[in-house]
Design a protein around this ligand. Structure first.
Ligand code: BZD
Length: 829
């Protein structure tokens, strides 16, 4: 308007007439706008993918509005904030999740249908954001969803890998890894913040300088890399709160190395600068040991350094000194991967803020909390001192100082017990001197959390016994949980509608306690009937997918029996396959008349093997070899099928889990820290066949053992069984199926030899033989239960009804209160 005479702000308010509207017509206008001006296609000609892009940008606009308001609100209120530091986030798809959390799915579907597009088809266009390996990374994603939904003032920090977790392709039954070029088609869910960037230093030397009359350490780096922020808005459900996941990408640093430009080798200098980007190039596939990998250490420090600079800048915007820091900042270490941040914070407080050791140490010990996700002592990270010294020389000095202070403190408490002191030391002496990152994390955090009750006991009695004796109050546990928004509302819309109908409310989406009310209806034949219909719809979807992926046609009447998770010996996919062989063998040797009594099964296995893990890769090949034999055997027909689902990831899980009848969580007791897959299946009314490991005991408490199929040795029985293992003969059925593999019944005799050897008497570390008989019994019990449709439906309803305790909302509430000390900070609606 010409002649406007108000203030700049008034003018802005006048121009921006309120928030974007969510009715179908407004959405249509926005979508077409984005087709034309963002995607740069004609609004008269665009395909499904372009429609997906335009829709995503329309949704993103709405996220940005809320994101701005939320950040503004947090700034105004200045509450204590939680910073969740994790090297891995497995977010999966964003569109489907965002439209649910924004409450605009139906409006989007309607808007699109009038334009000739189908919402579901567009949602399928999106590739997964797979910036993580497995359980740990998906847990971070679920927790972000809960933090946003529960209005907590939280930020996530991580790395923006160019290549996420490898894609698994199967050629001739063997796993091959291919790079995941997830950014190739653009990513509408992130916002690049070119102005939010920080220099991150590496290598070099440390000098002493006198600052204000005091000696101070100065780190002269040998390399500087720039960290640039990419923000990913995380919307809460049923609230306007939208929090931020800030991921860092490495870019060459401006102004660095100007000297060398004068030497004339212009091209080479540009090429060298480009090498900086390597740091955030690729996610390490989890091999649970990164001993001596320089790039891994650089990735860790890179993201930690950028995050802390960002956090401190935000704090200093409001506060003049660090007295309030512990009251305003909680730093969560998601496993040991970000633990170098305790040293980095010490370094900043000492060398840059000149706070003095006592004050700095006091702050550090009040702000960090640590959650570990492993049981295996050998999986605890160690970094060779030499490597540390070269990459982070100043940090090594500080670690030595922290360790010295800790050892002095320890001496006062336990006297001169040098053996115990050397066990607890952060520095491991030996042929190769190492930094024990787990010990560093325990010493510097005020709370150490396990991820299930059983895990916590193992931490106290096996992994961190010395530390537990020293600081019993430090050790807590928060049983993991998963978000019902993603795992029911997004992935199982039919079940979602059914639950809301029978509860007469959809409040369970924000407050899972409501789910328990389903128990009252568990025996109701009408609900049971509708429940079975929903399962059938989901099984149909899954059956179609299986046929497309593997060419195998499966019967919907068969029980869909699923094990999907990373492939690892301790998770015992091999036990599952041997069980399938046993079932096959029984069917083959049965009288024709008995075959009619067999409960038909479709056994589904999916998961990625770490690229360097030979045995895990052989398990995948065995699955294919056995499937080849069984699926082509006319004697067997629909009574048994075995399928391997390739490239298992979050979006595949969203399809597989709702379509499963039975799921297997069969790790050797004492090895799975928690397990979260089981919780997703449980929510979807899928029965569990499980060992008493990780969080399963807690699931039993909620659901009742009578509604599950539990088998195998208990955690405290495993050590003795292992000792006896070489003297106790494995059961005949076990020996028989192993022999079939060994004798080449499924081909590849030589290739499978080492796999068979790994479970031979005396070498069967994961106790497959010892648990085999009870495994088969549990499988039989599942068959019997499945035939009784009413009974099965009731058990299935009770699974969903009892799954509330395994919502990440409960986990996060618990962390907020007992570990982080944060309060909700809700945007006024
Ligand atoms: O963390 C998993 C545990 O194995 C599960 O039992 C548990 O439920 C989840 C969540 O707490 N651990 C991992 O997923 N670990 C990793 O992925 C990992 C990644 C890099 C390095 C080491 C481990």
């Amino acid at each position: 308007k010409a002649g406007f005479s108000g203030t700049k702000n008034e003018r802005m308010f006048e121009l921006m007439d309120g928030f974007l509207k969510n009715d179908p017509v407004s959405l249509q206008k926005d979508i077409l706008h984005h087709v034309e001006y963002t995607v740069a296609r004609s609004r008269f000609s665009f395909d499904d993918f372009e429609a997906y892009q335009a829709l995503s940008h329309s949704v993103r606009d709405r996220l940005i509005e809320r994101w701005h308001d939320t950040q503004q609100h947090f700034k105004k209120k200045d509450p204590k904030r939680l910073y969740f530091l994790s090297l891995e986030f497995l977010m999966g798809r964003s569109l489907s999740n965002s439209v649910i959390n924004l409450g605009i799915k139906d409006q989007c579907a309607e808007a699109l249908s009038q334009l000739g597009f189908e919402y579901e088809v567009l949602a399928e266009q999106e590739g997964d954001a797979a910036l993580g390996n497995g359980g740990l990374a998906r847990l971070s994603a679920c927790q972000m969803d809960s933090l946003a939904t529960l209005d907590f003032p939280a930020w996530g920090y991580g790395l923006r890998y160019q290549y996420g977790l490898f894609r698994q392709i199967i050629i001739d039954g063997f796993q091959h890894e291919q790079p995941d070029y997830w950014l190739n088609f653009g990513n509408p869910w992130e916002i690049e913040r070119v102005h939010v960037s920080y220099p991150v230093k590496f290598y070099g030397t440390v000098k002493e300088e006198i600052v204000n009359g005091k000696t101070s350490k100065v780190w002269i780096p040998g390399e500087t890399v720039e960290a640039v922020a990419y923000d990913n808005p995380i919307p809460g459900y049923g609230t306007r709160n939208t929090i931020n996941l800030r991921l860092w990408a490495a870019k060459p640093s401006e102004g660095h190395d100007i000297e060398s430009y004068n030497t004339g080798d212009y091209i080479n200098n540009i090429v060298n600068r480009q090498k900086a980007e390597i740091i955030s190039n690729v996610l390490y596939p989890d091999d649970r040991s990164y001993q001596g990998k320089e790039l891994r250490l650089k990735q860790q420090y890179f993201f930690v350094s950028a995050s802390l600079q960002d956090i401190i800048r935000r704090f200093k915007d409001v506060h003049g000194n660090f007295d309030e820091f512990p009251n305003k900042v909680a730093l969560q270490l998601n496993d040991t991967h970000p633990s170098i941040s305790v040293v980095e914070l010490m370094r900043i407080l000492l060398d840059e803020e000149h706070l003095g050791w006592k004050k700095a140490w006091n702050i550090v010990r009040q702000v960090f909390t640590f959650t570990t996700h492993t049981v295996l002592p050998q999986a605890l990270e160690k970094v060779p001192v030499d490597l540390f010294e070269s990459v982070l020389p100043r940090h090594l000095e500080i670690i030595y100082d922290i360790n010295f202070a800790f050892m002095e403190e320890l001496k006062k408490k336990i006297g001169q017990d040098y053996v115990r002191m050397s066990r607890m030391s952060i520095v491991e002496e030996g042929a190769v001197k190492n930094i024990r990152v787990a010990n560093l994390s325990v010493v510097c955090s005020h709370t150490v959390n396990g991820v299930s009750r059983a895990h916590s006991e193992l931490l106290k009695t096996r992994v961190f016994t010395d530390f537990y004796e020293l600081w019993p109050a430090k050790f807590q546990y928060k049983t993991n949980g998963v978000t019902q928004r993603r795992w029911i509302v997004v992935s199982n819309p039919s079940l979602c509608a059914l639950i809301s109908k029978w509860l007469g409310t959809d409040s369970w989406i924000r407050n899972v306690d409501y789910l328990t009310r389903l128990k009252e209806h568990a025996s109701n034949p009408d609900l049971q009937h509708e429940w079975r219909m929903v399962k059938k719809i989901n099984k149909m979807r899954l059956a179609e997918y299986i046929e497309t992926m593997s060419g195998v046609k499966v019967s919907l009447d068969a029980m869909f029996d699923v094990q999907v998770k990373r492939i690892h010996e301790y998770k015992r996919q091999l036990l599952n396959i041997l069980g399938v062989i046993h079932r096959y063998d029984c069917i083959k040797n049965m009288e024709e008349s008995d075959r009619r009594k067999v409960v038909p099964r479709v056994c589904i296995i999916g998961g990625k093997a770490p690229p360097g893990y030979e045995i895990a890769k052989k398990i995948i090949k065995l699955c294919h070899a056995v499937a080849e034999t069984i699926n082509n055997d006319e004697d067997v027909g629909d009574l048994l099928k075995l399928v391997f689902i390739p490239d298992y990831n979050v979006s595949v899980a969203e399809l597989v889990i709702p379509g499963s009848d039975l799921s297997q969580h069969i790790s050797t007791a004492g090895h799975e820290a928690s397990g979260t897959g089981s919780m997703k299946f449980l929510m979807n009314g899928c029965l569990l066949l499980a060992t008493p490991d990780g969080s399963t005991n807690e699931i039993i408490e909620e659901i009742g053992a009578e509604n599950m199929f539990i088998f195998g040795a208990k955690i405290n029985e495993v050590p003795a069984l292992r000792e006896q293992e070489s003297t106790v003969k494995s059961p005949i059925q076990f020996a028989r199926v192993v022999r079939m593999v060994k004798d080449g019944y499924f081909g590849y005799k030589d290739y499978f030899k080492s796999l068979c050897d790994s479970i031979e008497n005396g070498k069967d570390f994961y106790l497959l033989g010892s648990d085999f008989t009870s495994y088969l019994e549990a499988q039989e019990a599942a068959d019997v239960a499945y035939v009784d449709k009413e009974k099965w439906s009731k058990m299935s309803i009770l699974c969903t009804a009892g799954s509330g305790r395994f919502s990440s909302d409960r986990t996060i509430e618990d962390y907020a209160e007992k570990t982080w000390g944060i309060q909700p900070c809700k945007l006024p609606s």
